[in-house]
Design a protein around this ligand. Structure first.
Ligand code: UN1
Length: 515
């Protein structure tokens, strides 16, 4: 590991006997004393960081103090809160390469994509800074004489953010930067795979708030924890909103816990994203979009392309171009220039991929390219695979499932009506795309009778969304929306006010209630 980078980011000074703190609140750090856990780099399986489990009582205390600090932070004017985000963003810009290094080291995504991820964080900061002057409500016409109705948006309280390994800092920032300008305090449970990324961001954020010594200082905390500790966070009544990114099963397990205490959840769960390549599509563009969407981040984005519907007139030719393109994908050390695909995140991810490919065969599918592990010309220890192309019937059970790996199902279609039905027939509903030059097809695809996903693209791939739009999806994807548009409303509570400036006290609905 590059020690200079850890020193520059202030992480080295925290290392105590090979142990890093598991809990952070503002400037304070707490070392765990329980079971030890490690994070390993997917590149070569070397250990990056070691931690010990922190006690639940410590975590509860931190949440209590976030609750106290919230009382102060909510009163700081929103544009002032935005200034803290602006300062943080400048610090991130200064450390862009260092943060990208940590992302690649801990997630295994290629360095170029990691730079893109840091940029995504910077972009959402810009968005949040602008937003800090635009937290507006409506005024509503009252039915009563000389009455006024209006809506205000107030801060919520402590917000809990659970983030995944594949976007260790950008997806956290989608939530955290909005939650902060909205006046909330934050507890962040980062993926235990990407702990150094999380510590680095926490320390930069801490540096940013320190630049404003008169403002409350302990408004964000970070916890590096296992499942047990996560549960205790999710169940804590002081946390007003839990925003979680991860698998469908994770969402299904935490959602009832939050519901049982009538808290709020914002879920961004799995996708089973599809693209339709019609016979009018510009095939060279479609091909490039398919490759980035299916192979980018080693097929480990929630927006990764998993199902590809190809019109029967172009099916054969398109597939042979696709195989050729896949053959050109350089797989290996994600730090190396020209490498387009790094390793899978873990042995478990590799095993899942192989299990899925076995099921593919059992269910009548045929692997026409890739799927196997590569051991030559790649760092030893990591799980490097060739991305797989699979011919299979859409009715095969395995196609309904999201496997977080580079496996692309190829399905031939004939009629547009038929393909739309197939497209929507899976349990998940995150991202979708169509390549067509036919206006009617693209309009239908985007309409209410078209794709049932939260993200519906025309002539671009399924992955790589910009921060300006609301991000999220329907059905098993969880229904949450994060990032742009009016997603900020998730992090605030709405208040309806009715004001009487008349000399009477009329009741609504014309009710007469004279004494
Ligand atoms: C994710 O994989 O959880 O749209 C998020 C994209 C990225 C974000 C992915 N901007 O692919």
């Amino acid at each position: 590991m590059n020690d200079n980078i850890l020193t520059k980011l202030g992480i080295s000074t925290l290392l105590k006997k090979d142990n890093l703190p598991s809990l952070y609140l503002g400037d304070k750090v707490y070392y765990g004393t329980g079971k030890q856990f490690f994070s390993r780099s997917p590149i070569d399986f070397n250990i990056n960081a070691k931690f010990k489990k922190i006690s639940n009582s410590k975590v509860e205390k931190v949440i209590d103090s976030l609750q106290d600090e919230f009382q102060l932070w909510q009163e700081v004017p929103a544009p002032k809160r935005g200034e803290v985000v602006k300062t943080f963003s400048l610090l991130v810009k200064e450390n862009k390469r260092e943060l990208a290094f940590l992302i690649t080291l801990e997630s295994g995504k290629i360095y170029e994509e990691s730079l893109g991820e840091v940029q995504e964080l910077i972009d959402i900061c810009d968005f949040a800074v602008g937003l800090s002057r635009q937290l507006y409500g409506l005024t509503i016409a009252s039915e009563r004489f000389r009455h006024k109705m209006l809506e205000q948006w107030h801060p919520l309280g402590v917000v809990g953010i659970i983030s995944a390994f594949n976007f260790p800092i950008a997806v956290w920032a989608w939530n955290a930067m909005l939650a902060l300008v909205c006046g909330n305090t934050i507890i962040w449970k980062s993926s235990s795979q990407t702990t150094l990324c999380a510590i680095a961001c926490h320390l930069l954020l801490q540096k940013a708030i320190k630049a404003y010594p008169t403002l409350p200082q302990n408004i964000f905390s970070l916890i590096l924890a296992n499942r047990q500790t996560t549960k205790s966070i999710v169940k804590n009544k002081n946390i007003k909103l839990i925003s979680a990114t991860g698998s469908v099963s994770m969402g299904k397990s935490i959602s009832p816990m939050v519901a049982s205490r009538l808290g709020r959840v914002l879920l961004e769960l799995g996708g089973n994203n599809a693209m339709i390549v019609t016979n009018s599509a510009k095939l060279d563009l479609a091909l490039r979009a398919v490759v980035f969407s299916s192979v980018g981040t080693s097929g480990q984005r929630c927006t990764s392309l998993r199902r590809l519907f190809i019109h029967k007139k172009i099916y054969k030719d398109f597939i042979s171009s696709l195989v050729k393109a896949y053959e050109c994908v350089n797989i290996g050390d994600p730090f190396k220039r020209k490498v387009l695909m790094g390793p899978l995140v873990s042995k478990k991810a590799y095993k899942n991929m192989q299990l899925t490919l076995k099921k593919v065969k059992d269910q009548g599918g045929k692997i026409i390219y890739g799927g196997e592990r590569i051991k030559n010309n790649v760092p030893s220890g990591g799980y490097y695979v060739k991305p797989a192309l699979v011919k299979i019937k859409h009715s095969a059970k395995i196609v309904q499932k999201e496997t977080f790996a580079p496996i692309l199902y190829l399905i031939e279609y004939d009629s547009f009506e038929e393909v739309l039905k197939l497209h929507n027939s899976v349990p998940q509903g995150l991202s979708s795309s169509i390549f067509t030059q036919d206006l009617k097809e693209s309009e239908i695809f985007m309409s209410s009778i078209g794709s049932d996903c939260g993200i519906t693209n025309v002539n671009i791939g399924t992955s790589g969304a910009e921060i300006g739009g609301a991000f999220g999806g329907e059905k098993d994807t969880g229904g949450g929306r994060e990032s742009g548009s009016d997603s900020w409303k998730n992090y605030m509570r709405r208040v309806t006010n009715t004001i009487n400036y008349s000399n009477e006290i009329p009741l609504s609905q014309g009710i007469n209630f004279e004494l």
